[in-house]
Design a protein around this ligand. Sequence first.
Ligand SMILES: [Zn+2]
Length: 429
Amino acid sequence: MAILIQGGKLVDPVLNRVEEQDLLIEKERIVKILPPGVFSEEGPRLRKIDARNRMVVPGLVDMHVHLREPGYEHKETIATGSLSGIAGGFTALACMPNTRPVNDRGTITTFILDRAREADLCRVYPIAAITLGQQGETLTDFHGLRKAGAVGVSDDGQPVEKRELMRQAMELGRSLGLAVISHCEDLSLSSGGVMHEGSVCSRLGLKGIPAASEEGMVRREISLARETGCPVHIAHVSTAGSVELIRRAKEEGVPVTAETAPHYFSLDHRAVEEYNTHAKMNPPLREPGDVEAIKKGLAEGVIDAIATDHAPHSHAEKNVPFEKAPFGIVGLETAVPLTLRLIREGILTWPEAVRKLSYLPATLLGVAGGVLREGAVADLAMLDPEHSYVLKAEDMRSKSKNSPFIGRSMKGINVMTMIGGRIVWERNL
Ligand SMILES: [Zn+2]
C-alpha cells in the first residue's frame, strides 16, 4: 500500500524552502516528491492524505528527553514517553541516562532499546552516562556503550565537576563518534537553590540559582573544546551570558554547539510567582532579558537546536511546597505550538525552526532524520499551524501532566506522525 500526501506545504530545512508539493510514500521510503496535482493515479492500494492547509515537515528529533524507565515508571515509561513524542510530532527521542539504575553500562542501554522496540511507537536513541552512576568519579565504558547502541554521553542532571575527567570524556567521545552533552552547573553556586536568583526569588524568600552557575561551566566546556579541538554540546542554555559565551566561541571556531528548551524562550521567572511548582526546572526560568537573548541566539544560529528536556514527574511529587518539588516539566506535546510562536513573531522562518527541531539534532547525534527527500526514510509530521485550543491535561499523552502551559491558549498542533512510512499517530481536529 502506497500513501500520497497531497496539497501540503513541504518545509525543507536543508534546502531552506517552503513549497507546495505532494509526497508519495511506498514501504518505508519517500519515493517521489512532485508538484501538486501531477500524481493522479487512483487505486485501492493508494491511500490519499489531504494535507491542504498543513505543513509537512521532517519528523522532529528531540535530543534531550527523560523517559524515566528503568526505575521511575510511575512518572513515565518508554512506551508512554514514546506516545507523547509521536503525539507532539517527534519521530525520534534521545533519552538521558538518569534512570534507576543509571544507564552507565551496555545492559541498560540494551534494555532501553528493547523496551523501545516493544513499544514500537517512536525511534529511541539512548544517551549513556559519562561517569559510573553519574557520580563524577570514573568514566563509563564508552566503547561498550557505543556498541550497545548509545549515540551520546552525558551526566545530565549533574555536571561533571572534574575538569580532567570531562577532557577525557570529550577526547574519547570524539574518537568513538559519541556526542558529548554537558549539563552546565556549578554546584558550589547553585546547591540548595530552587529558582533563578533575582527579584522574584528575593520577594518569595527562596534560595536562588545564579546565572553564573551555568555560565561558569559553559566557560569551562568552551575552554576544553578549544584546548582539545573536541566537540562539546551545551544542554538547555538559559542565560544571556551563556548565549554570549557560545557566540564568541563559535566566532573563534571552537567546536561548541548548543540547545535550548521551549520554556526558556516562552516564560521567565515571574511564572514562579505563587510558588508554581510547574515552573520549577533546572536550569531555572530566568529574566525577561535572558528570554530575549535566547530568542536572538536562536535567530542568529548561536543556538543550534531546540530540545524539550521533557522531564515528567507525578502529580504527587509536584503537589508539595515549592522547595521540595523536583525540577522539570513535560515538553514533548508543547514544543510545536511554542516554537510556532517564534515563527509568528518573525524570529525564525519555517525552515529555520524545523532545522532546529529535526535536522540539526539528528546531525549532532549522528542519527538519520531531519530531511525530506526522494529516497529518504519516510519519517515525517504534518502540522496544522492555525489550530487554536486551550491545552488540557487530559489531552496530553505523557503519563505525567506537569506543564506550566496547561490552561493556556495554544496555536498550532501536530496532526499526523509517520515513521518509516507507517502512520503511527493521527489526530482528528
Ligand atoms: Zn540537564
